[in-house]
Write a protein that binds this ligand. Sequence first.
Ligand code: DX5
Ligand code: ZN
Length: 226
Amino acid sequence: APTLRIAPSLLSADFARLGEEVRAVIDAGADLIHFDVMDNHYVPNLTVGPMVCQAIRPHCRTADGGPVPIDVHLMAQPVDALIPLFAEAGASLVSFHPEASLHVDRSLQLIRSLGMKAGLALNPATPLHLVDHVMDRLDLVLLMSVNPGFGGQAFIESSLPKIELLRKRIDASGRDIWLEVDGGVNPRNIRRVVSAGADTVVAGSAVFGGSDYRGAIAALRGEAAG
Ligand code: DX5
Ligand code: ZN
């Protein structure tokens, strides 16, 4: 089976010790570092921006020195001015919500032109057809299984058939587009999320909610494999 990528969300980490938290979660087996950017405008919460991304960048290395990608999830509006700032700050992937950009195709091109992977983030009520005419501009789709803004919310069950439909579209395109699911993923539902077609999962509270990050990531991988 293809390897499942696990992206712990720093939203549930200890912000006073962010560098240590990043190193701990990488040591525990994280594949990506999910970085949630909230602006109190597109979503009703306020988090961190490019300066904090730049500050964690040196900590995003495995024990043998390999880089661990920073997966930026922009919940901010507008997006275009932020994209070069995150490129400068060392982000590897940038996803944004189509509702937050007036010119989705242009924003996707901008992300790639700066050498990053480009993603669209779809809210629970956002139709899948928003990806239809930009498939060739996408490296990932970030499918939200909660309404964006907060960690620790309950997984919305209607996300499962939506993941299945998106998986079909991606496979039909023949393109290498990641399907990342974000929100409420835990050891009790990850099997269904992965069976429906996710290849990358975000986990905030399921990883940072306890003290054993290695055990938490292992539990996610174990339950995903069945
Ligand atoms: C929610 C964020 C998520 C969040 C996930 O708006 O986009 O990445 O941190 O946290 P959990 O896994 O706790 O739902
Ligand atoms: Zn997120």
